[in-house]
Design a binder for this molecule. Sequence first.
Ligand code: NIG
Ligand code: FE
Length: 414
Amino acid sequence: MNLALINIKQLVAVSTDGNRIKAKEDMRELGIIENAAVLIENGVITWVGRMEELSMGSLKDTEVLDCLDNVVMPGFVDSHTHLLFAGSREDEFALRSQGVTYREIAARGGGILNTVKHVRQATKKELKKNARQWLSAMLQQGTTTVEIKSGYGLDTQSEIKMLEAINELNKEEVMAVVPTFLGAHAVPPEFKDQKADYVETITNTMIPYVSSKKLALFCDVFCEQGYFDVEDSRVILTQAKQFGLHVKLHAEEFSSSGGAELAASLGAVSADHLEHITEKGIQALLKAGVVATLLPGVSFFLNHQYAPARKLIDAGVTVAIATDFNPGSCMSYSMPLMMTIACTHMGMTPEEVITASTLNAAAALNLSHELGSITVGKKADMIVLDIPNYTYLPYHFGENHVVKVVKDGVVLEC
Ligand code: NIG
Ligand code: FE
């Protein structure tokens, strides 16, 4: 099936040369084409150029989407979410509004373990039903690829239930879903004071099973005081690599622990959070080519310190942004909202947040060879926005500007 997008007032290609990541000043080069058109064959972009270069006669047997002088950009890649969950945690939100901290709530048995109770009780079908709602709302708001982590099961059976649900969603839904195994999200209650035994369960039972059934592409660990320390994280992720999984890390969220250096030494694809990353950590990520995935919604929602986006970008680290959508630390899946927060609170420019939400976010999932820019040869995942120019997107926040979504070359009814 062929598709043509015509009458695009401003096309935001993000990359024109097929490069797989962007850093430094390059993050601000969006490959803008005014009065543009795009041609797609069998879900793949075959031509990008100006309207006047397009011969309308060549559009026979082609579905035409008139973009009505709107803006077109790549679909957003949300490279860090925990969107498969049951229950909700507005009670914790209310407590935080009275000054109780995320850590205090976790110490009282709330936090991640609160959601674990609900997820263990839920069936796979119930989990998928919740997730489907989120996925279709995300698609309508412009996200076309999403990573989903396990990590609210924390026993072998429940972690497998989560990963099977995530893989089934990928097959059944229009959204592209990337599965990540996060058995090391918290120490479950039955292993309280026996963390080493839980780490052994992860390495000796969970990882071999997840790998043999191909249930995940990535393995992640929450590396933080009170959760898993740098040594635990090293042991788990080294085993994951041996079993063919790529690795990611929740690093330096509440404190500086050396998680960024660990991610670098393991050749992680991304290190995520980084609110408390040190100068040494920044240099380590840079040298190892690890993508720094920043999560503006978490600092906003928990009223925590923001990650030093400016320092990371100026140092040359490849920076991505994601929502971290989860019931505890960011109850939002809006990529445009994350962009606005990154501009207003983290010193990023509109150009940088667009690159960070598309091409660099695809790189955080090892997918930037096929996603994240409107470049010939890449998958046709694109969105049409009813805005006058791309800067307007993070500027006019709290509003859904997406009017059409093209996923794998098909125009969706949103
Ligand atoms: O990325 N930091 C660890 N995990 C999540 C929070 C999950 C939760 O509170 O349920 C995060 O912020
Ligand atoms: Fe997270």
